[in-house]
Design a protein around this ligand. Structure first.
Ligand code: DQQ
Length: 570
């Protein structure tokens, strides 16, 4: 029997055996009544707290996502690795938890980590354990049964912990091992996030056998301008093709990306890596020279990539935290979403990454509305009718009719987020603000605006992208931070594009074909379900044209549970 047939049968048995269809049905009913903020196609567990994505991988036809999870409540605590599997990155089955405290080296928590596929197609997880002394240490776990494509059971190494906080490492600031990579010398390398003497640092280890690890004298990289680095990620991107690159690839036409999570954001830098001496020569540094490269300029943290060999692409997952309060989360019974998985590539000019939602998500598109060549005169608000505006995918392209109308950029306006928070969607401009109003009531009392403003600076045009949550809900107590990013594009040569994935309490927006991404969490009180509308708008004095707009209602992803969990960790 073919492996795919076995898997289909296996999944079906799991689904039927445990009445998963019924549980999905009841959670959908819940969503439509008491739970306006639960999502239809973003990944969520049925209940409780979720944070970082951990160890994503593709193995024998199945995508695996592990994540930091509290099995006992909707706030952070009792952290274990929950586990879900999928054929398509869209529909998921929650299976038994993979890694939970059992050993002295993880008895107080199983924190973030990564998967490496060892030769012979053998996955291995390196993760941070919190030991009996509450110290952070690094542990190894491997699948019990490699012929089970769902990898349901994991065995911890008897040699754990493999790496410990000695020789000046602070035991509270030492965590989140990356996917390891093998050099041409067949030796494995891995980095662990830390803070030493107040500075963020990627401690480098090497190993011949994946069990005995030696710390290198020099870190892979460090920065005097940041504090603790959480969840580092280090991987190659191709400079010559749009394919993803395996973490251990020896391909020379690559650059390397180092990502670190700090200050509530995921920042990255680009450079060239030489495995011969483990030198990473960077092009720019973290928080340096005004270049502030982030995966996402809104909510997006503790992300992780993996190489998907089946589709030759690198995929990025990020944790999207809530913007409401802890007591709201306890009332909702859950907290945290995962982003839609995104493909990551180097941009054509090689200066940054570009991201795009995985193609598979498009299969959820159903009813479509489209228009072409619609002029948006100054002050216009145009409804995008006939789709489920609370659960939608929108792709729009704006043509600028009078570029010479662009306002002059004051040279002191270098902080995009600050500029957006001063020039919110309600503040009239010349070329912009124009864009979309998501989760809007008919009277626009509630609205989440994602929009652009175009400025001129000497002979260049500057494109600012904003996400303004200030009117996203009549509830006052929420965090309604406005986010912003400059989009590296020249509007003389291309239209301004925006793709937004709207899903009940989240809007993930991709500007300029994925050169700037902004994710927002919103909690409309009035604009929910059928009371939510979607509009295109132009609040600038200069007209713009929608050269094309496509919007789709999105179907629910099938995200189901198959197991009756025991009360605590299992
Ligand atoms: N979350 C994990 C840590 C990581 C942090 C704990 C980042 O391993 O540093 O849940 O969100």
């Amino acid at each position: 029997m073919e492996i795919s047939v076995i898997l289909v049968v296996g999944f079906c048995v799991l689904l039927v055996d445990h009445g998963a269809q019924a549980s999905h049905q009841s959670s959908r009913n819940l969503q439509e009544t008491d739970q306006p903020y639960r999502t239809g196609y973003h990944f969520q567990p049925p209940k409780n707290w979720m944070n970082d994505p951990n160890g994503p991988m593709y193995y024998k036809g199945v995508y695996h996502l592990f994540y930091q999870y509290n099995p006992d409540g909707a706030v952070w605590g009792n952290i274990i690795w929950a586990h879900s599997v999928s054929y398509d990155l869209v529909n998921w089955v929650h299976i038994d938890h993979a890694i939970y405290p059992t050993q002295p080296s993880d008895i107080n928590g199983c924190w973030s980590g990564s998967t490496t596929i060892l030769p012979g197609e053998k996955p291995a997880i390196l993760y941070t354990g919190i030991d009996t002394k509450n110290h952070q240490v690094q542990n190894l776990a491997v699948p019990k049964n490699l012929s089970d494509p769902l990898l349901r059971e994991w065995i911890k190494s008897p040699y754990n912990p493999l790496m410990t906080p000695i020789d000046g490492i602070d035991p509270d600031l030492y965590r989140d091992p990356t996917t390891a990579w093998q050099g041409p010398d067949k030796i494995w390398r891995v980095i662990v996030g830390s803070q030493i003497n107040g500075h963020g640092r990627a401690i480098l280890y090497r190993s011949k056998d994946f069990v005995n690890w030696t710390r290198m004298d020099s870190p892979l990289h460090s920065s005097g301008k940041t504090e603790m680095w959480e969840c580092p990620d280090f991987f190659p991107v191709s400079t010559s093709s749009t394919n993803g690159v395996d973490t251990s690839s020896q391909d020379k036409s690559t650059k390397h990306v180092l990502k670190a999570s700090f200050n509530h954001h995921d920042y990255y830098i680009l450079g060239s890596y030489m495995p011969e001496n483990d030198k990473f020569s960077v092009e720019t540094n973290f928080m340096d020279s005004g270049v502030d490269l982030r995966y996402d300029y809104g909510k997006f943290y503790a992300s992780k990539t993996f190489f998907d060999g089946a589709m030759n692409r690198r995929i990025l997952w990020g944790w999207i935290n809530e913007s409401d309060s802890e007591s709201d989360d306890i009332k909702k019974g859950w907290s945290g979403l995962q982003s839609i998985p995104r493909t990551v590539l180097l941009s054509k000019n090689g200066k940054q990454l570009v991201q795009w939602p995985v193609k598979e998500i498009e299969k959820l598109r159903s009813k479509n509305v489209s228009f072409h060549d619609k002029k948006l005169k100054s002050g216009s608000v145009l409804e995008v009718p006939g789709i489920t505006a609370s659960q939608a995918d929108v792709d729009v392209s704006f043509e600028l009719l009078n570029l010479e109308d662009a306002e002059i950029l004051d040279p002191s306006w270098t902080d995009a987020q600050l500029l957006c928070s001063q020039k919110k969607a309600s503040v009239r401009g010349k070329l912009g603000p124009f864009g979309l109003l998501a989760f809007a009531t008919k009277d626009l009392k509630e609205q989440t605006a994602i929009y652009f403003r175009i400025f001129r600076s000497n002979h260049k045009y500057i494109v600012l992208m904003c996400s303004d949550q200030s009117r996203s809900s009549v509830r006052e107590e929420l965090d309604k931070t406005t986010y912003g990013a400059f989009v590296d594009m020249d509007p003389r040569h291309e239209n301004i594009t925006l793709r937004s994935l709207i899903d009940h309490s989240i809007v993930e927006s991709f500007g300029g074909e994925g050169r700037a991404c902004i994710t927002a969490r919103t909690y409309a009180k009035l604009a929910i379900h059928k009371q939510a509308y979607l509009f295109a708008f132009n609040n600038g004095t200069s007209s713009v044209k929608i050269s094309r707009l496509n919007a789709w209602s999105m179907k629910n992803a099938q995200i189901v549970s198959t197991t009756k969990r025991r009360k605590s960790h299992l």
